[in-house]
Write a protein that binds this ligand. Structure first.
Ligand SMILES: [Zn+2]
Ligand SMILES: [Zn+2]
Length: 561
């Protein structure tokens, strides 16, 4: 039976380019999952968009003497190009700057207000006398009251991960000019998060299928008890507050960005010409998955569910498979020190599938993982090129030369060949189960193990030797091994498709199939004898050893993007 799968992916701040931390944290796993479910014939809606609001964008605009609109538009365009080149297949990638998003946010705000889940209260907001402005939370720096980290920001401590508010910090200073800010009282709207404590606790208890790291950090927040949180700020950039006297207030980003999942679903429905099409993905018979980095867990396992509970009638997250962090060459990724690998920069020199593979096989699902150029080279050259690509190339060119470019009729298959074909089915089922459970790292390793087994089989069968001894015109002794490997390749192009969409489509065509992998579905499709093969090209490109030095020298030297 076909399932309905909603996939929400973290909203990137439109204040800088994408790097590998973003890609492996949320976008790649989401895309693998979406491609897999689409192949299975399930109905998938995958949405996200650029987060156009928030302090980082206004500050960046000031630094570059331009407007927040222009900064947001520039990076939104870059994101769209990045998704296309890397093959991240959103059904809609929008922005939080649309009238639709404002309307949906207002609807939620007003409904929560009516239902008594939002109230007004006074709060202290930091004001920098030198900069002459209210400081957004993340531009207040100070010492974390929990762990003593001296560079904690007013919204969160980078060292211990606790969400903070500026008044909690000690030894405060303005992030922009280092002057100690003063606090001024201002009236704001608060989400009554505390009233959801029991409901959220009961709901989280049921989520036994979640990743252990996601559960443990969610329990940490619950055990410390949830506090009401201000959801408006004194700002001029952001979604307006639909209440009188609030002309210079805006809805705070963490409240409205998560609402983007719903507003994007509605926008997608409108674009189809069916305003109600989104509803099927927000009912309880649909499953919703939220792909995010671990720094966003709080907002997706507690705040967003609280908003949804308060609003009513919409399904809560089914799973939040948050990833841990990616380090680069053993060091913490840092955009301000340019210790990062930028997606657009990578794509200028290397293929998308090589990156997708390297990141997937090392995905930080249960703990942080590291990206190094040496490992990238090794994965590309030893696994993609030497194992998988070479297997395909050897057999496809051999078939062109000795079997007139068609899939040969194998006659009766021997034990070895049958065993390998059976193995293809076992791997296919294994990968299916792993992908269903969002275990991407395990799934891609399993897929590569089939290519390794097929390589061993090919070396043992050695068709390039048996062909010399062939007496019969149908070359039946050699045909069986060629047919068997072509069949395994046909399984591999499907199994690898969620990870390596570009090379899978190529291989699909070389094997003589029409249409696309995407259209042929999640099933093993052995090529029928007599099927005309297409002249092959290498699936992957071997890289030179010297890229390690070249790329390591670039790291940290590109300047702050
Ligand atoms: Zn200042
Ligand atoms: Zn801390």
């Amino acid at each position: 039976m076909s399932e309905r799968i909603f996939i929400g992916v973290a909203w990137p701040y439109a204040n800088g380019p994408l790097h590998l931390g973003h890609i492996t944290g949320a976008y790649l796993p989401a895309d693998i999952f979406a491609r897999y479910h689409r192949l299975k014939g399930n109905k998938v809606l995958m949405v996200s968009g650029s987060d156009q609001h928030g302090a980082p964008i206004t500050i960046r605009a000031e630094q570059e003497s331009t407007t927040p609109q222009e900064i947001a538009a520039k990076y939104h365009q870059q994101f769209l190009e990045g998704w296309k080149k890397l093959g991240i297949s959103f059904d809609l990638f929008t922005t939080t700057g649309t009238p639709n998003h404002t309307q949906v946010t207002h609807d939620i705000f007003l409904t929560l207000l009516d239902n008594g889940y939002i109230h007004k209260d006074k709060m202290l907001q930091a004001y920098c006398p030198k900069c002459q402005r209210f400081l957004p939370d993340r531009y207040v720096e100070g010492t974390c009251p929990y762990c003593g980290f001296t560079k904690a920001r007013g919204d969160e401590c980078d060292a211990c991960g606790k969400p903070l508010s500026p008044v909690e910090l000690k030894e405060l200073r303005c992030y922009l000019c280092s002057t100690p800010p003063r606090f001024e009282s201002s009236e704001h709207f608060f989400l009554r998060l505390s009233t959801f404590q029991d409901k959220l606790t009961a709901w989280i208890k049921e989520q036994t299928h979640w990743r252990r790291n996601v559960l443990s950090s969610t329990w940490k927040f619950l055990n410390e008890r949830l506090r009401d949180r201000a959801i408006t700020r004194d700002l001029d950039w952001g979604v307006t507050v639909p209440q009188p006297g609030c002309e210079h207030k805006r809805i705070y980003v963490w409240f409205e960005a998560v609402i983007g999942y719903l507003s994007a679903s509605k926008e997608w429905a409108k674009s189809l010409g069916d305003d109600t099409a989104w509803q099927a993905f927000w009912r309880d018979d649909a499953k919703s998955f939220y792909f995010i980095g671990k720094d966003n867990i709080f907002f997706h396992t507690l705040i967003w569910p609280a908003i949804l509970m308060g609003y009513g009638g919409l399904s809560l997250p089914y799973n939040v498979p948050a990833n841990e962090f990616l380090t680069i060459e053993g060091r913490k990724l840092s955009t301000s020190r340019s210790w990062a690998i930028w997606l657009d920069d990578y794509l200028e020199r290397y293929a998308p599938d090589a990156l997708r593979y390297t990141l997937a096989v090392n995905m930080p699902e249960t703990g942080d993982s590291d990206f190094s150029w040496r490992e990238f080279l090794r994965r590309n050259n030893n696994e993609l090129v030497a194992t998988y690509g070479n297997l395909a190339h050897r057999v496809l060119t051999f078939s062109q030369r000795h079997f007139d470019g068609v899939v040969p009729a194998p006659g009766e298959l021997d034990q070895y060949s049958l065993r390998l074909l059976h193995e293809a089915e076992v791997v296919f089922d294994g990968v299916d189960k792993l992908l269903y459970r969002c275990e991407f790292k395990g799934a891609v390793k399993e897929a590569m193990s089939l290519a390794q087994k097929a390589n061993r089989y090919l070396d043992e069968q050695a068709p390039w030797k048996t062909i010399k001894a062939e007496r019969s015109p149908d070359k039946i002794g050699t045909a069986k091994s060629v047919f068997t490997v072509l069949s395994v390749l046909a399984a591999l192009k499907t199994i690898f498709y969620p990870f390596l969409p570009f090379s899978s489509e190529k291989l699909h065509s070389f094997l003589g199939f029409d249409g696309s992998v995407k259209e042929s579905g999640w099933k093993i499709q052995f090529p029928p004898p007599g099927q005309k093969l297409r002249p092959p090209q290498p699936l992957f490109v071997k890289l030179d050893e010297d890229i390690i030095t070249k790329e390591s020298n670039r790291l940290g030297s590109l300047g702050d993007k």
